[in-house]
Design a protein around this ligand. Structure first.
Ligand code: A3P
Length: 322
């Protein structure tokens, strides 16, 4: 029985068996030929780990530390391209795309570019100057010399909160339209049967590079616990030289409530299940650590805790769960 109406066929990409839409191999080839610039910053995450938050943090640090840049009102995904989005866009009916949609916006930005070649990637090429680039692809699927060329900020989140967030997102996005229970969803997640899975190699590949000078590894929970302190670290990593006052501006502008009040990074409301989007908040749902406690039965919790422990193994990764 189908729990999700994601019908466009999926593929598993080796060596780790990443589950992606069937169009992905074509775009993965193009990803290899993207020209990264030394001042680019790539935000890399498994979905629902705090991608949007980090994109806005980085964009604000780089381009709007005094909160006076008029460009800041553009939708985040227009200011910061998601180079892993072409595989998703291809599965919506592009010809029917709402003129407000991100896709339509991209087409306006890059007239004459064709969808088959990956419009997000082409838009990125056409963006002048320094860029904040989003990707859900893991390090292994990005060019092997990525870290020689540019900086990467990797955000990880404790898997229990991540999966709850992912579940709500699977329900809210029409392209997924997930109908199953949370329990079923979590089991599918642990069995690597959801798009973007498996999660462990995604996290571990970045974790192994955490001491690389061009990779900054940060936990969502640490951002929540001490945002000012984490921004100081980013200020060093990026050599942005922002003052304490400017960092405070960034904190204020990227707080959950101010980001939520400015609206979702995807401007096209037709992509969402409207009622659920309104009631859950879409990309800005709760923005807290430990929400999983409101959703897990003791049995499910035990099962997932074991799964996490087994997969962490001796890697040294430590998630804060509260
Ligand atoms: P919840 O669903 O738990 O609320 P992504 O951007 O990777 O899709 O991640 C989305 C998650 O990040 C959502 O988690 C969302 O609420 C949270 N988030 C977004 N902006 C945030 C912010 N400014 N502060 C804290 N959490 C934020």
């Amino acid at each position: 029985e189908e729990q999700s109406n994601f019908t466009h066929g999926v593929v598993r990409i080796l060596p780790d068996g990443w589950l992606y839409p069937g169009t992905t191999p074509r775009f993965l080839n193009r990803i290899q030929s993207v020209k990264y610039r030394p001042d680019d910053v790539v935000v890399m995450t498994f979905p629902k780990s705090g991608t949007t938050w980090m994109q806005e943090i980085l964009w604000t640090m780089l381009f709007n530390p005094n909160l006076d840049n008029p460009q800041a009102t553009q939708p985040l995904l227009v200011r910061s391209t998601d180079i892993s989005s072409d595989m998703m866009f291809d599965s919506v009916n592009i010809e029917d795309a709402n003129p407000e949609s991100l896709y339509a916006t991209f087409k306006k930005m890059c007239p004459g570019k064709n969808v088959e070649d990956g419009i997000a990637i082409q838009c990125l090429d056409a963006t002048p100057g320094q860029r904040v680039i989003k990707t859900h692809y893991p390090l292994d699927l990005m060019p092997p010399d990525l870290l020689d060329k540019t900086k990467v900020v990797y955000v990880a989140r404790n898997p229990k909160d991540m999966v709850v967030s992912f579940y709500h997102f699977y329900k809210v996005l029409k392209v997924f339209n997930y109908k199953g229970s949370l329990e079923m969803f979590i089991k599918s997640f642990m069995n690597n049967e959801l798009l973007y899975c498996p999660v462990w190699p995604h996290i571990k590949q970045a974790w192994q590079k955490r001491n690389h000078p061009n990779l900054h590894f940060v936990f969502y929970e640490d951002l929540k616990a001490d945002i000012q302190g984490e921004l100081r670290k980013l200020n060093q990593f990026l050599s942005t030289g922002l003052s304490e006052q400017q960092l405070k501006n960034v904190v204020q502008h990227t707080s959950f409530s101010s980001m939520k009040s400015r609206g979702d990074p995807i401007p096209d409301k037709s992509l969402y299940n409207k009622e659920l989007h309104q009631s859950s908040g879409g990309f800005f749902r709760k923005g807290v650590t430990g929400d999983w406690k409101n959703h897990f039965s003791p049995e499910l919790n035990q099962e997932m805790s074991k799964w996490i422990k087994d997969n962490i193994g001796d890697s040294g990764i430590h998630f804060k769960m509260d």
